[in-house]
Design a protein around this ligand. Structure first.
Ligand code: 7RM
Length: 638
């Protein structure tokens, strides 16, 4: 049994233990897993020339720790309860035994299709059980999965497939999402026009949309599994063998392939899941994220299944067929743990409490929040109206790169404070530094959030480019992992995440690089250059504001038409989630004498906070500032 903290003093004790001797602490926890061969050393690390290894020379397979290890206890327990988009379609329950069989069977299929240990497999799928089966089948045979959120465009998909040279793509014919019926396979077909590494595509039949199956390349999932054995011996993996790649946005244009490895990720996701959520046998855990994001990897698939939990997997959106769907599903499946993003809470909040009050919600025990800072108002609404004042909220701060939750209350144990991620989990050593890298000690300080000691599920590299990993995370503040977030430690020593301090914005809990959006806009033939900034948005947390300089050829077109066409371009290059909320056409961007865009000014205008523009005298072209202010519909301060 993975050790579970049950009191505040227990937490403080474990935390101290993890500081005093991290290796003994994590070694102890790792003892509770099934190893083919135990490790020689718990940890070897170097933050200067970045390298981290956990459970060195240990041998295992993560799926043996989900299935074989627990099967005699869990066989008939539901692993996945799948709730379809349309409530009139029946939910599907898959027990641990059934899931095990599906995973083994599909593992055999992948092998038969030539997938070998170390090969990369792209997964571009809606929220259907096959997505989890696909991930686990890859892990079973030692193939490295790269899940791409099915909302991304063909261009984004092909970029990701090419970056890691995927051999196989697993997808579906279509995707039911709310009222939409999305042609998923079409996007894959388009993407694959530019991907020479892909040999096979396996397609789940979900919507029965008409699709084009390319002979010799495309196969139907239901056909290839037919008659295939449902037992499979797991591949023996080294503790540090890659488990998966997950692409995430940073300050530069090109998303990075964050690499997670086998043993550390396993130990940390299971431990953090059980402790933060205080999961008990029989509880029903629902994380509303998509498997395309790290939250879906760690807390829909790996963490909960390693802990033997029953999870809900939901295909649809919060507002279909009505704005009370989440609460209906909670009652229907007697959900005990509900984990969602602030943006969803704010969106549902805007419909008032009536849709919530239509449902009992008495099964709920713990509420969770993830993905972006939760504002106090949303926190209170969640606590009072969803949790009826009886459910602790765990505001969990973490990142794709951290693999698992880093700061969070332990449910019902750590006293909470609205909008605070509260305290670090055992084994996590946060440090706040100023812009010169000097540590800010004590309480009542604010600065850049770094982590000064390794934890098991930390990023190992960025796929194919280790220098990039070093530069992005370990060079800003020497000797520390830099998170990119600003943070405050208050008088009680509690942490409050303030948001990104780099050029990353967080739109509805989705991470986006401003440079990435700019590149997409700049690919439009009428655009000379652009600058993208975030601005506070009531529901999305941040919205996207784009300043665009157009080519003289644009004079022949209506500005509104150009705007529409720019939105289409961004949708095509990245995906609809990256569409700007506002596009302002300007004649120039404010630039410093060295040619750098002064984003500070653009941010202020987007925020409508032009009272405090600061010094603009160093600008090369101060005259554009007035134009930009007026163009934004604001009054130039006299
Ligand atoms: C899990 C996830 C990471 C960024 C991170 C933060 C922000 C995430 C919280 C949060 C405030 C939280 N991974 N973030 N959780 N900010 N409070 N509880 O979201 O890689 O997609 O994004 O998200 O800025 O750096 S992610």
């Amino acid at each position: 049994m993975i050790p579970k903290i049950s009191t505040l003093s227990g937490y403080l004790y474990e935390y101290q233990k993890s500081l005093a001797n991290p290796e003994a602490f994590w070694g102890n926890i790792a003892e509770n897993f099934y190893w083919r061969k135990k490790w020689d050393n718990v940890l070897e690390w170097d933050f200067d020339n970045y390298d981290t290894k956990w459970f060195v020379n240990g041998k295992l397979n993560i799926t043996e720790n989900i299935f074989e290890k627990n099967l005699f206890m869990l066989a008939d327990q539901p692993a996945i309860i799948w709730e379809p988009n349309d409530p009139s379609e029946a939910a599907i329950t898959i027990t641990y035994k059934e899931l095990f069989e599906k995973v083994c069977q599909f593992a055999n299929v992948l092998k038969a299709q030539g997938v070998q240990k170390g090969d990369r497999v792209a997964i571009y799928m809606p929220m259907i059980p096959e997505a989890a089966v696909a991930m686990l089948a890859c892990a079973r045979i030692g193939a490295i999965h790269s899940v791409v959120f099915a909302g991304f465009s063909a261009t984004s998909l092909s970029d990701r497939i090419n970056d890691s040279q995927c051999k196989v793509v697993l997808t579906s014919d279509g995707n039911f999402r709310g009222k939409k019926n999305i042609a998923v396979k079409k996007v894959v077909d388009e993407a694959l026009e530019n991907c020479s590494s892909v040999e096979k595509v396996i397609v789940v039949q979900r919507t029965h949309a008409e699709v084009n199956m390319k002979a010799g390349r495309d196969l139907w999932w239901h056909e290839v599994v037919e008659g295939v054995f449902t037992d499979n011996v797991a591949e023996e993996m080294d503790a540090e063998d890659m488990l998966f790649i997950l692409y995430t946005s940073g300050s530069t244009g090109k998303p990075k392939g964050v690499v997670h490895t086998t043993a550390g990720y396993m130990v940390y996701t299971a431990y953090s899941f059980i402790n933060v959520f205080q999961y008990n046998k029989g509880d029903i855990f629902w994380c509303t994220a998509d498997v395309g994001w790290i939250t879906g990897h760690s807390y829909i698939v790996y963490g909960p299944l390693l802990a033997g939990a029953t999870i809900i997997m939901y295909e649809g959106v919060p507002t279909y067929p009505d704005v009370d769907r989440f609460w209906e599903v909670v009652d229907k499946h007697q959900v005990t743990h509900f984990y969602t993003a602030p943006t969803a809470i704010r969106a549902l909040m805007s419909y008032g409490i009536e849709p919530v009050n239509k449902h009992k919600l008495t099964s709920l025990k713990v509420l969770g929040s993830v993905g972006e800072p939760i504002n106090e108002e949303a926190w209170q609404w969640y606590y009072l109206h969803v949790g009826k004042g009886n459910c602790p909220i765990v505001d969990t701060w973490w990142q794709t790169e951290t693999g698992g939750m880093m700061m969070s209350p332990l449910a019902g144990i750590t006293p909470t404070k609205p909008a605070y991620a509260t305290l670090p989990l055992p084994g996590v050593q946060p440090i706040i530094v100023d812009n010169d890298g000097k540590e800010l000690k004590g309480n009542n300080v604010e600065g850049n959030l770094c982590i000064k000691y390794p934890w098991p599920s930390m990023i190992r590299t960025t796929y194919g480019d280790h220098e990039r990993c070093k530069n992005t995370y370990f060079s800003t503040f020497k000797g520390y992992y830099f998170t990119g977030d600003g943070v405050k430690r208050d008088a009680d020593g509690y942490y409050r995440i303030l948001g990104r301090v780099d050029d990353v914005i967080n739109v509805s809990g989705h991470r986006m690089g401003t440079a990435e959006v700019e590149n997409a806009i700049n690919s439009h033939p009428l655009v000379i250059e652009s600058a993208v900034v975030g601005f506070p948005h009531e529901i999305k947390g941040q919205g996207i504001y784009a300043y665009v300089v157009l080519d003289s050829a644009s004079e022949n077109h209506e500005v509104d038409k150009i705007r529409q066409s720019l939105l289409l371009t961004v949708s095509k290059v990245i995906g609809p989630i990256a569409k700007p909320d506002t596009i302002q056409v300007v004649t120039g961007l404010p630039k410093t004498r060295s040619g750098k865009i002064m984003r500070r000014i653009l941010r202020k205008v987007a925020e409508k906070e032009i009272g405090s523009l600061g010094d603009t005298s160093t600008l090369l072209n101060p005259e554009v500032v007035e134009e930009i202010i007026e163009g934004a519909g604001l009054k130039v301060p006299s």
